[in-house]
Design a protein around this ligand. Sequence first.
Ligand code: PRP
Length: 211
Amino acid sequence: MRYLTIALGKGRLADNTMKLFQEIGITCEEMKDKNSRKLIFVNEEKRLKFFLAKGPDVPTYVEYGAADIGVVGKDTILEENRRNYEVLDLAFGKCRMCVCGPESAGELLKHHEMIKVATKYPRIAKDYFYNVKHQTVDIIKLNGSIELAPIVGLSDVIVDIVETGSTLKENGLTVLEEICPLSARMIVNRVSMRMEYERINKIINDLKGKL
Ligand code: PRP
């Protein structure tokens, strides 16, 4: 039997995924060692391989077939826009993609003015402003701490993930519009879905039973 390979986004996403997998009898002892710098882990008995990648790279590994299955946030799936099947909402890592800014920026959104939007998610921001709101905007790509942008005058608003809302609150910003809900999702390579249908479908169904 060939290995089924599962790509996980490093960090909390991978930890939560392994907890869920443990509930359906899939474990990986090697992975529990938090001090390890290893990136690939094997469950010989079940012929499974797990590897840890940067979140945004997970859909790429899956699209090219280097991984059969991936677990990654819906934000990453939308932003990377890779050709994979999204098969399951794992219901953890729940948060929202929002347009945020100072209260005063709300007016700029109402009147379809040309505004500056800072974000780590240019594709999601572009799709929302161009195709949903029909508003022409200037999108500025940043790599993190997005909340800084409107505070220091780089942008009028931001498009970013809001979980508890405390980062916004502590920086005097607020949610102005909600784009979409987010959570961790399972994705599958399109060829693997056909070639390994039984094994992959069993994992999906077992997980469904626990959600
Ligand atoms: C994310 C996101 C927000 C924050 C939201 O940032 O970009 O900044 O978490 O969470 P909250 O609503 O619970 O405060 P992350 O910590 O991933 O770091 P980053 O800003 O460097 O992307």
